[in-house]
Ligand binder design. Sequence first.
Ligand SMILES: Nc1ncnc2c1ncn2[C@@H]1O[C@H](COP(=O)(O)OP(=O)(O)OP(=O)(O)O)[C@@H](O)[C@H]1O
Ligand SMILES: [Mg+2]
Length: 503
Amino acid sequence: MSQPKNKPHSLLYAQRKKIDEYKFNVRLSEQGTVVSVGDGIIWIKGLPSASIDEILYLEDGSRAMVFQLEEDLVGASLLIQTENLTAGTIVLHSHSSLHIPVGDELLGRVLDPLGYPLDGLEQPRCKDQSKIDILSPPIIDRDFVTRPFYTGNKILDNLIPIGKGQRELLIGDNGLGKSSLALDIVINQKDKNVRCVYVLIGQKRSSVMNTIQLLKEAHALDFTAIVVAEAASLPGLKYLAPYSGCTIAESWMKAGQDTLVVYDDLTSHASSYRELSLLMRRPPGREAYPADIFYLHARLFERSTQLSSEKGGGSMTALPIIETKEGEIATYIPTNVISITDGQIFFDEKLFSDGFLPAIDISKSVSRVGGKAQHPAIKKEAGKMKLDYLQFLELEVFTRFGAKIEASMQKRIQKGRILREVFKQDRLSPLPIELQMAWLVAYNDNLLNEISLDNIPNLLKKLEEGTQTSHLTLSSPRTEWQRAVKSWLRSIGLDVYDKTLPT
Ligand SMILES: Nc1ncnc2c1ncn2[C@@H]1O[C@H](COP(=O)(O)OP(=O)(O)OP(=O)(O)O)[C@@H](O)[C@H]1O
Ligand SMILES: [Mg+2]
């Protein structure tokens, strides 16, 4: 009787066969050594086959990403740095670029750009991972921007509309309300089935905490992931942060979801990249920025799009933020970003100090594609409004010199002043699009002509209550809107009986 180990199907037989047939090969593996450490970067010798963007593991537990290849040395930006990292530490290849976890498990979480939690909770258990830097969807996979993206802001939704898949820049000096507007836009996505990613780059810990707290209080964390590389983070992390945020949003877009990603802000991103580049001895270009910063931002924005229905129909709307100095938009980074986005919302210092909040300069703000995505009912009501408003601003300047103006002009100026008062909007109070329709109908039907400017907040409140309780939608006939708006206005004592409109 043969022994079981000699049976051709036994486990022992298979193992013995494997051992008998095993051949010893020489396996070469490179091992580098850190030559110098400092300012968030390391120089390494002994890794001749390193490739750009490759992740390197260091013996002490630190991690770095290859940034610069020189003849004998490799420059890498640190992503994780332990206290034990010194010259002489051994470095090993990963032969892979950076991948981060993606998926719905990230909703409500605060993460660093590598996908590690910063909220004190456990590591999100994501099923999927995605490479952080991938090519944007080819043209053939894209569709036109045709669906409205509601911001909840009166100026934007009516005069500077945004469509799903659009890249709209928020630009202005510091402290003028850029982040506040971006946060309001995120908060407005509640119950709209839009997943959001808010990327905070180079901000102080206190403003990071503040942003998280505001989103939490507004119950916006249920549909939002936050990626943070704060001011004190390694420059390598600040450089990666927007790509991480984009990768998370992109995974949802590819799954057919609508997403929004806010990059707050890309000025800090550009300066982190400049810092890294100068440390790595790359040649400085205009304003000392490396020339490829334009390419980096363009590559980031190109990943935001509206996918075609064959590709699931998902979209990624992007709101990059850029900080200017003294309102100057002609410097290197602002001009770059303006030229590669689909429009910009410009914040003005003078408007801010005059109390016109949000301080959006309507004359300098534009949305190049959103008009095509605006709902036809809103477009019909607000179509000419921007032009009328800009004309009013000019007329108003004219009257400041004491010029005598005729009655019809006086009326236009009064209407413009009413509109300016309507456009004011407190932060953290995004408005439903139906309310926008209500005030547009009231304004265009001259029902507000006699209203005193102090009474406008009261009027908007009444219209809001009215739209909340009525079943009117943007598709309802205009006559129904007119009837409803008139009854709401009457209830706050506005005289709308004598107007030649349906009652
Ligand atoms: N619509 C608004 N109504 C009332 N206050 C506002 C409004 N928008 C912004 N603010 C106030 O303006 C200040 C600056 O806002 P915010 O921090 O959003 O500006 P920022 O442009 O993002 O500034 P930074 O460049 O420093 O990031 C805040 O105190 C905020 O409360
Ligand atoms: Mg800000």
